[in-house]
Write a protein that binds this ligand. Structure first.
Ligand code: MN
Length: 286
């Protein structure tokens, strides 16, 4: 199932080229109460919601996919976990250009571990990436985005996939420079997730997916998730040693070679096999 949030916070399901408004299914969720310690309510209760969505679909109003505004498919992530330098050719391109990447980004994920991006940086693909510091270099990074569906702590690689709700295309937008990653990758609009969440049951092998990112129609990043240094199951297990993973938490699983600059006016087209394609516009913040 492809699940999205669209327009004015409507819950949608995407089938072929239509988006069905299944917002009525939200009534199946337990009433939100304060304090909410269960993470993102939709991701925490996806099974419950799927049944309600199936019931709602036959009478749901639908819209053409290209006529709606896609928001982030996760409304309330507690945290966004980043996996740095997780493709060997990206390790090499970073090491070869210390003027751009700085010493801080050399070496692979095995030396560097994880980092966190602010949840407030997250947008959907129909929103625009707003560059607030045009005098600095902003780079695109396409990544397979993974969303946690069940609370996970100290889980093993073997059981890791049972904690995944689904997958989406992620952009880990980055200001290059000397500051900590948690600053340079957490600017408003610098985390993009979309266009929708494909539930885990629909992706047979997330470790074997083609990725492609174009800027203004030109290829920049082309790779396959098979080229990761630390595989997805290992990422989940490893991350769960440090952080309790909660429903709605997002792991951006690392980017491949070919990262490069974007400026106002650019259009990023990002595609991941078995998920789909999204286009995101870049503007200067006004
Ligand atoms: Mn990244």
């Amino acid at each position: 199932m492809k699940i999205c949030w669209f327009n004015n916070d409507l819950l949608g399901v995407v089938e072929q080229d239509r988006v069905y408004d299944v917002s009525v299914a939200l009534q199946a969720l337990p009433a939100p109460s304060y304090p909410n310690r269960s993470g993102d309510l939709v991701m925490a209760h996806l099974d419950l919601l799927r049944d309600a969505i199936q019931q709602a679909l036959p009478t749901a109003e639908s819209y053409a996919v290209d006529s709606v505004q896609f928001l982030s498919p996760v409304a309330n992530p507690g945290k966004i976990i980043g996996v740095p330098v997780n493709y060997q050719k990206h390790v090499e391109e970073a090491a070869a250009d210390l003027a751009t990447f700085t010493q801080r980004e050399t070496g692979s994920v095995l030396e560097q571990g994880f980092f966190l991006k602010a949840a407030s940086s997250l947008i959907g693909c129909s929103q625009t990436i707003n560059i607030s510091m045009p005098e600095r270099l902003t780079h695109h990074e396409i990544e397979l985005g993974l969303v946690i569906g069940k609370t996970a702590k100290n889980v093993t690689e073997e059981e890791a996939f049972s904690y995944v709700a689904g997958y989406a295309i992620a952009l880990d937008m980055t200001v290059r420079g000397a500051e900590d990653r948690s600053l340079r990758k957490s600017l408003d609009t610098y985390s993009v997730l979309g266009p929708w969440l494909v539930t885990a049951d629909e992706i047979a092998n997330p470790q074997q997916l083609d990725l492609r990112l174009q800027v203004n129609g030109q290829d920049r990043q082309v790779a396959n998730t098979a080229e990761m240094i630390v595989y997805i199951a290992e990422q989940i297990a490893w991350a769960s040693k440090f952080y309790t993973l909660e429903p709605g938490d997002i792991i951006m699983t690392g980017t491949c070679e070919g990262v490069g600059p974007v400026v106002a006016g650019d259009v990023i087209r990002a595609e991941i096999e078995a998920i789909g394609t999204m286009e995101v516009r870049v503007l200067n913040e006004v």
